[in-house]
Ligand binder design. Structure first.
Ligand code: KG4
Ligand code: ZN
Length: 331
């Protein structure tokens, strides 16, 4: 079971990759829909699924040609995500597995993100704590053995990536919000304004991001649109980014203390954030695993890696599973 083809279509990226033995990426391609959704300021589900349909066969043919090998198995994101988008990947993968007579393995999108660290030169051993920060999730997860997850911290409302996206919209910065806020914040003063940090002073590992978003909205409304200078937008971006990231660092430190874990695996799109990466690397005295930039965002390689390890650990599936937009991590 050497080569696994991974397919990811949960949101707005069509990803396909071939990964050898769960760790070595042989071929990896991504078709991003950012320019298409960008004009609407966010992902339009109907457009996303149509785009996946247009691109999936081409993406898979491309990775197969480049890898020049027959995959021994196929792994596909089952959920969570957008129903129409997930269905494209799942049905494509089923047809592929059936025609090639190879095993198919459904993968939870968050498990995929966690396994993006298995693609690092130095990958983590179990057990580890995982900080999952994406457009849909903000979680602290105890991973003691492969494929078993104990969620010890979750968001009560918005996810951190979602908050970046919404604040970018408020500030008139382009979609997706994370990278554009980071870019704007590079020239700003993080101490310009002190935004509230949801649940930062509580003893729990829960997160809350809706208050921070609303606080930015009220602050921005104080200044008429035509008086908002680029410097002012940068200062607000930097101050917001500081608050959004600081609470992640604080709660991660708390979780390390509570669990006694010696390794931290960071996963999901917000793991691309430079301030988060810097602070976790500099401030924690345990091993920190940050995915390569190209595997922070949604991609097929992380799905292939998770699929390989699931197969190796005795998991299998038949063709009765289907896309599940709200599947839980331990289902
Ligand atoms: O994991 P991902 O690609 O998709 C989901 O599973 O949701 O994460 C996308 C999220 C978006 O909200 C995007 O704004 C955020 O990751 N993101 C960032 C950065 N790059 C992407 N957030 C903060 N800083 C970044 N550099
Ligand atoms: Zn994702």
């Amino acid at each position: 079971m050497n080569y696994v083809l991974g397919i990811e279509t949960s949101c707005d990226e069509t990803g396909a990759a071939i990964v050898k033995e769960g760790r070595k990426v042989i071929s990896n391609y991504l078709s991003s829909q950012v320019p298409i959704h960008g004009t609407f300021g966010g992902v339009v589900p109907e457009i996303a699924s149509r785009q996946h349909l247009i691109h999936i066969t081409r993406m898979v043919n491309r990775v197969l040609k480049e890898a020049d090998c027959e995959p021994d198995a196929i792994a596909v994101t089952q959920g969570p995500g957008l129903m129409g988008s997930l269905l494209v990947g799942v049905n494509f993968a089923k047809a592929f597995a059936w025609s090639k007579k190879i095993p198919i393995i459904p993968i939870h999108h968050i498990e995929g993100h966690i396994f993006s660290s298995m693609l690092l030169e130095k990958s983590p051993d179990f057990p580890f704590l995982s900080l999952v920060v994406s457009g849909g999730h903000t979680m602290l997860i105890e991973c003691k053995v492969p494929h078993h997850y104990t969620i010890i911290g979750n968001t009560r409302d918005d996810a951190v990536g979602e908050c970046f996206d919404k604040v970018a919209r408020i500030l008139g910065l382009p979609y997706p919000g994370g990278p554009s806020i980071q870019k704007s914040a590079d020239n700003g003063n993080p101490r310009y304004y002190s935004f509230p940090q949801g649940l930062a002073n509580s003893n729990s590992l829960e997160f809350s991001y809706s208050g921070l978003k609303t606080a930015v909205l009220y602050k921005v409304r104080e200044v008429p649109e035509n008086e908002r200078s680029t410097q002012w937008v940068s200062d607000i971006s930097a101050s917001f980014q500081w608050s959004a990231i600081d609470v992640l660092v604080t709660k991660t430190k708390m979780a390390i203390k509570k669990t006694g874990m010696k390794r931290l695996v960071v996963a999901g799109g917000v793991s691309a954030n430079a301030l988060l990466r810097k602070r976790l690397t500099e401030e924690l005295d345990i091993d920190v695993f940050l995915p390569d930039f190209k595997y922070c965002l949604d991609n097929g390689a992380m799905i292939a890696s998770a699929g390989y390890y699931r197969l190796m650990n005795g998991y299998s599936a038949d063709f009765t599973f289907t896309a599940n937009p709200s599947i839980s991590l331990n289902e």
